[in-house]
Each structure stands twice: as C-alpha cells, then as structure tokens.
Design a protein around this ligand. Structure first.
Ligand code: HEC
Ligand code: HEC
Length: 355
C-alpha cells in the first residue's frame, strides 16, 4: 500500500483532538499485510496482533505524572530513596526523580542554554509533557524518539507543522510516543514553536552510536517503544536480517536518563558497504543522498543532517515515508524502489558517519 492509509488519517485526527481511538480494525492496518515490516525499528519483537492495545492508553493514564507507574507496558519504578550520580556532574537524583515526567533530571545544566518551562517541565494543564523528557535537555534524544539537537530551525518548524496537521505519524499503530509527539505539536502556539525550534537548533548534535557488524546480537525484549537488553548474562542469538540497537550502559542511559548516553548498533555483516554504495551512488535504485543532504550527509541549508543518528530512528523515517504516513514529496521518490533490506543497509552506513 503506497498511499496514506485512511485509518492513519483517522488516527491522527484523534491525536490532534486528544480523543481515544477505541475501535481499530487491526486487519486493515498496513503493518498486518506488508511483508518485511521492520518491527525492530519501532521497538517491537512481533508484528501487530489483534490484542495490541490502543496507542492512547499510556498518555490517558490517570496517573500521568509518572506513566511508568501505571502504563500497560514497562516496569513501575519504586522510590527507594537511593541517590545516584553520573560522571562529570555533582548532581544526584533517585531513579524516580530522574524519570519524573513533569521535570525529568537535568544532569548537565551547563551544557545547554537555559531551558524554558515548556522545555523543562512542560505544561500539565494542557497535557504537554516537556520536550526534555523525550529529547533530553541537550536535544540528543534516544533510539525510540528523535535527535533534535542541531537540526535546522526551519526544518524543526516544518516538522512541528507536519506532526500537527497529521502529515507525520508513525506507520506502526502501536508507537505511542510518536503519536504523543503529534498531539503535542498540535497544541503548541506559533510563539512556542518558534521558541523550541530556536532552542534545539542552537545546540550541536554529538556522535552517539557505535556500529558493529556481527553475526549475533544480545537477546532483547520490547519495553516502552524500544528494545532493551533482556538479560546481560543471556547468550547471544543470531542477528538475522535486522538491527539490534541498545544502550551501551542500560542503567545509566535507560534508567538514569544520561543525556550523554551512547548506543551500540549490531548490524548484519556486509551491510555497511552495501549501504555506502546506495547512499553515495544511488546504486541504480535511488538518488544519491548527498545531492540534498550535503557533504558527508551532514545537512544542507534546511535539509537535515542524516549522519550519525541512531539506525532505528533513521529506519523509521524511511519506512514511514514508504508507507505514506510521513508525507515528504522529495523523499517519496528516494524510497520508491528501496526494499526493507536496502533501507537497513542504508541506515547501518549512515549511523557510522560522523555527525
Ligand atoms: C513523549 C515523548 C516526546 C515529547 C514529550 C516530545 N517529543 Fe518530539 N519526538 C518524539 C518522538 C517519538 C519523535 C520521533 C518519532 C519518529 O520516530 O518519527 C519526535 C520527533 C521530534 C522532531 C522531529 C525530529 C526529526 O529529526 O525529524 C522534532 C523537531 C521534535 N520531536 C520536537 C519536539 C519538541 C520541540 C518538543 C517539546 C515541545 C517535543 N518534541 C516533545 C517524542 C517526544
Ligand atoms: C531531492 C532531495 C533529497 C534527496 C536526494 C534525499 N533526501 Fe532525504 N530528505 C530531503 C528533505 C527535503 C528532507 C526533509 C523532510 C521533507 O522536507 O520532506 C529529507 C529527510 C530525510 C530524512 C528524515 C530526517 C529526520 O531527521 O527525520 C531521512 C532519514 C532522509 N531524508 C534520508 C535520505 C536518504 C537515505 C537519501 C538517499 C538514499 C535521501 N534522504 C535523499 C531531501 C532529499
């Protein structure tokens, strides 16, 4: 299915209005029928099933102050009173403090401009959780959301418009955080959009992923829109045709929310060279990315950098464009003839590039 699915439009309208989507016909979702759907990029181990809950259950949880304590997925954090620290800061937070939805830990206040309330604590009245919760105060973000530091200001503004209008939603019906992002964008005023775009575009994006070609990978499980290591002691399993991308230090990055946290992406053997060929020559299937994305794919004018972002994030963008849930006239031609495997190779290569 190449056109934007009607169900996706309906869902996005619900997002913008803050309604709860109750009746979803799972069989009509493209992800139920499109082959090679890259569930790994969306943070799932399995394809969508009839029993998958509505994506709106997490944000609509009554204890929204800390969805970890009531959401249908994830393990609730229990306040144990134990203060933790991170390298290079004198600040300390308990796990629950670090993850408080309406004021998550700001470990390194000196490494970013002063945050407004909207960015640091959000607006509880309007249900807008703070940008820093998902993108971190320094805009680096994580595998399951986006990397907003250093993006061109106009590009950020365009994307906030796209989210708000329904032109950008996740191809994966289950991905609650992207749909929350869309809802937030719909609720921001023009002045607020201008302000957040200015803030995140003013900071540099730093390298955050190490790419390793491998036959095997750690065992993983799905949690809160991302894949995490199931058990560090567990034997590695065949990687097969996917990318396994996890935090280098799960406790620091996933639990304590270290905004300097880094990831490792295990990619199939040979994928980086195949991706390089497609990106730099088009390989007869696509258009050389550098024509628009610039030298080293580090961005050109308002076209964003695609270098050194996490592989899962980049895969979702290509796949969303291919499925039509992310509207992008220029990128539609780029992905038209690419298979899921081509895209996997491309994102493996792009993740190796210095930002
Ligand atoms: C609940 C988590 C969450 C919050 C809060 C949030 N975002 Fe996002 N944001 C996301 C997710 C998830 C994505 C990427 C989705 C995807 O994979 O396409 C995203 C993507 C973006 C993008 C697009 C990045 C790109 O490279 O295309 C921008 C810009 C952005 N967010 C800005 C903001 C701003 C500004 C705020 C605060 C007003 C904010 N976000 C709050 C989750 C969040
Ligand atoms: C003809 C110009 C053009 C070419 C060629 C092009 N892109 Fe893009 N790309 C864009 C534009 C413009 C955007 C910003 C979104 C928009 O405006 O639709 C974008 C956005 C993206 C994004 C989303 C980035 C983000 O932060 O969300 C990814 C990923 C991407 N392109 C990858 C690629 C890859 C990989 C190639 C080569 C195979 C490529 N692009 C070739 C113009 C192009």
């Amino acid at each position: 299915m190449k056109i934007r699915p009607i169900v996706a439009v309906a869902l996005s309208l619900c997002v913008a209005k803050g309604l709860i989507a109750q009746d979803v016909d799972h069989a009509s979702l493209p992800q139920a029928s499109v082959p090679d759907w890259p569930d790994w990029a969306y943070g799932y181990m399995e394809p969508v099933t009839e029993t998958d809950p509505s994506i709106y259950q997490v944000p609509d949880c009554p204890e929204m102050a800390n969805p970890r304590s009531c959401g249908p997925v994830g393990t609730p954090l229990v306040e144990d009173g134990v203060k933790h620290s991170l390298p290079g800061t004198s600040l300390t937070f308990t796990r629950v403090e670090a993850n408080y939805s309406w004021q998550p830990a700001d470990w390194y206040p000196g490494e970013h401009p002063e945050m407004s309330e909207l960015i640091a604590t959000g607006d509880m009245e309007r249900g807008i959780r703070p940008c820093a919760l998902c993108h971190f105060p320094n805009g680096q973000g994580k595998v399951e959301n986006g990397h907003v530091a250093g993006l061109p200001k106009n590009y950020i503004l365009q994307q906030l418009e796209a989210f708000a209008s329904g032109d950008r939603i996740s191809a994966d019906y289950r991905k609650a955080n992207t749909n929350e992002m869309a809802r937030i964008a719909a609720w921001l005023t023009d002045e607020e959009k201008e302000h957040v775009a200015e803030y995140f575009s003013s900071m540099p994006f730093r390298s955050m992923v190490r790419v390793v070609e491998s036959e095997t990978a750690p065992q993983i499980r799905a949690s809160l829109n991302r894949l995490i290591m199931a058990d560090e002691e567990a034997p590695w399993v065949p990687l097969e045709n996917r990318i396994v991308e996890v935090a280098e230090d799960a406790e620091e990055t996933e639990v304590m929310r270290n905004p300097r946290g880094t990831f490792v992406a295990y990619v199939p053997v040979g994928s980086i060279a195949k991706g390089e060929e497609l990106v730099t020559t088009g390989g007869g299937k696509t258009i050389q990315c550098g024509i628009c994305h610039g030298d080293g794919q580090r961005g050109l004018a308002d076209v964003p950098s695609i270098a050194g972002r996490t592989a899962s994030f980049t895969m979702r963008q290509l796949w969303d464009v291919k499925q039509g849930t992310r509207v992008s006239p220029l990128m539609t031609a780029v992905v038209a003839n690419l298979t899921a495997e081509d895209m996997l190779n491309i994102v493996a290569y792009l993740a190796t590039l210095p930002p």
